[in-house]
Each structure stands twice: as C-alpha cells, then as structure tokens.
Design a protein around this ligand. Structure first.
Ligand code: UTP
Length: 301
C-alpha cells in the first residue's frame, strides 16, 4: 500500500496559556526559552527532522513574537555580519528559510479543535502532523524521535495515529484517555483505538493511556471537526472528532518511546530546563555542581 508522504505540520500556538500567567501575558509560552532556544524552535526542528517542511502555524493577534522569531531579520543579520559574528548569524538564520511557513490566525481561543479548523484551508487535502507548540518531545539517546515513531506507524497502517503515554491514575483527568487494544503481538506498543474520553475521572477512565501532544491525521479529520456541535462558551473537543475518525476510518495509538514536556505548566517547564541542561555536555557539569551546592534562598556566600 502506498500512503501519501506527510509533508505538512500544523503547530497550534494560539492559546492564552493561562496557567503561566502573568509570565505568558506578553511573551507567548511557545517563546519561553529552554537553554538557548525558545520552545517553538524545538518543535519546528522536530518537524523538519521528520521531513515535514510545510509548516502551518496557528497563532493569535497577540502572538506576533512567534512570527518574528521564525522570519528573517535583515537588520539583525546586517548587524551581526558587519561585526563578523558569523557563528551567531548562522544560528539566527538557521530556522528561517528551512521550511515553507504559513501563518493562520485563530480569532478566538476556543480550544484545539477550533485551532485546527482554522488551519483547514492552509493544509489542503493532504495528511498532516499536529505538533502542539508548547510541548518539547525528547526520546532516549540513540532512539528515533517520537514523531518519526508515529510516522512509521502511519506509513505502515495508512491510518491516523496519535502518541500515547501511560500516566498515573490520579493524572488521567488532565488528558484525553484511550480505550483500545494491542492487536499485534510483535508490536505491543501499537493500540487500535476504539474510543476516547476527554479528561475522565479516575473511576471512569478506560485505561491510563493518555494522548501525548503529537498526531498524524488524514485531511478527513476536518469533516469530523466541522460536524462537532457548537455552542457559545463550550469548547468542542478534538477527541470527539477523533472518536468519529476511529469509528469510520480507523485510528491507532502508539505508546511511544519518548518523553513529553508540557511547557504550559511550571513543574514540567522546570523539569525540561533541568533535564536538557543536565544532558548538555558543557552545561551539565556546571548545573550539577550548582545543584549540589545550592543553599536555596538562604544567605549567600
Ligand atoms: P493548552 O491546552 O495548554 O491550552 O494548549 P492554553 O489555552 O494554551 O493554555 P492554558 O490551559 O490556558 O494554560 C495546547 C496547545 O494548543 C494551543 C496552545 O497555544 C498550545 O500550544 N492552543 C490552545 C491553540 O492554538 N488555540 C486554543 O484555543 C487553545
């Protein structure tokens, strides 16, 4: 079976990020720094590394910083070139021009389902990836990236696939949770999705398998998104459209070998900073040393 290549990635980045207020009021959470790059740059590089070189960024009116970061900045580049700072010049130029970028505005922050519908025209009729703009995904050293694990499932099955991660029972009410079965004894990580429940209580959860910020969809998902009931002030859930997709066309979950950091909450943001710093050959020893000798907010030396 020949399945169309996934070249397009939709990156929803239009949310208010209320959990990070007031830090996220003027600076989008997707632009929060993690070491020397904003979160969004990790997401863009993840898409590019997986061969997705048409990026559709869903942003809101107040999130122009995202666009400015991804576009060329002639004044800055001239400044750096004139001072011979070619290494920094390379870093700021790197991301702009690496992909075809399109920006769409989500006028009201009505949730993820609405954000994807805003990208409908820009996506066209091709299958596409969805990469939440506030999630950094890290796979163990030497392992394929989380997104390429999903892409392999899509290429094998020709059907939609969503990343899954097992979470603690007390945490299921924060996620979309999957009801499904492993079908292939040779690959127990591959789950055929029967149903999905958005943020269930622990006693109503069909499993502990939570949706994990990355998806690959056929363009037909837009039909199901469009058909979701709309009522003012009530968010339509992407998971409800995915249930329709599962019943009518098939949907796979993949219990991937990757870790997702949700930058939208402070503990995860701190974990992400720490883990990436500790894994960095230059920064790692310095951070380890500082942590060992930190006396918190006690008197300084
Ligand atoms: P979240 O679920 O974290 O929602 O979004 P949020 O509104 O940004 O943050 P909180 O819950 O208020 O703290 C996951 C991703 O989807 C995007 C966000 O920008 C983020 O990258 N998103 C969310 C949109 O693009 N539009 C929306 O209406 C909501």
């Amino acid at each position: 079976m020949r399945v169309p290549t996934v070249r397009t990635a939709v990156i929803p980045a239009a949310g208010f990020g209320t959990r990070l207020m007031p830090a996220s009021k003027a600076v989008p959470k997707e632009m929060f720094p993690v070491l020397d790059k904003p979160v969004l740059q990790y997401v863009v590089e993840e898409a590019l590394a997986c061969g997705m070189d048409r990026l559709v960024l869903v942003i809101s009116e107040g999130k122009d910083a995202i666009r400015r970061h991804l576009e060329n900045d002639a004044r800055l580049e001239a400044f750096l070139a004139a001072r011979g700072k070619s290494d920094i010049l390379e870093k700021v130029r790197d991301i702009a021009g690496a992909a075809e970028m399109e920006y769409v505005i989500q006028p009201e922050q009505n949730g993820l389902a609405d954000a994807l519908l805003c990208a409908r025209e820009a996506v066209g009729g091709e299958p596409f990836g969805v990469l939440l703009g506030d999630a950094i995904i890290v796979s163990p050293p030497g392992e394929p990236s989380g997104l390429s694990q999903l892409k392999a499932v899509y290429e094998r099955t020709g059907q939609a696939v969503v990343a899954l991660r097992e979470v603690a029972l007390e945490q299921v009410s924060r996620y979309g949770i999957v009801d499904g079965d492993a079908m292939d004894p040779a690959d127990p990580a591959l789950i055929q999705v029967r149903d999905l429940i958005e943020k269930p209580s622990p006693d109503a959860a069909p499993s502990r398998l939570a949706i994990n910020a990355r998806y690959i969809f056929p363009a037909s998902i837009f039909t199901y998104l469009d058909a979701l009931p709309k009522s003012a002030g009530v968010e339509a859930y992407l998971t409800d459209a995915m249930v329709q997709l599962a019943h009518r066309e098939g949907l796979w979950g993949y219990l991937w070998n990757a870790r997702r950091y949700d930058i939208g909450n402070i503990p995860d943001y701190i974990s992400c900073l720490l883990d990436l710093a500790l894994a960095d050959p230059k920064l790692g020893p310095i951070v380890r040393e500082r942590l060992a000798h930190s006396s918190g907010l006690g008197p300084g030396e």
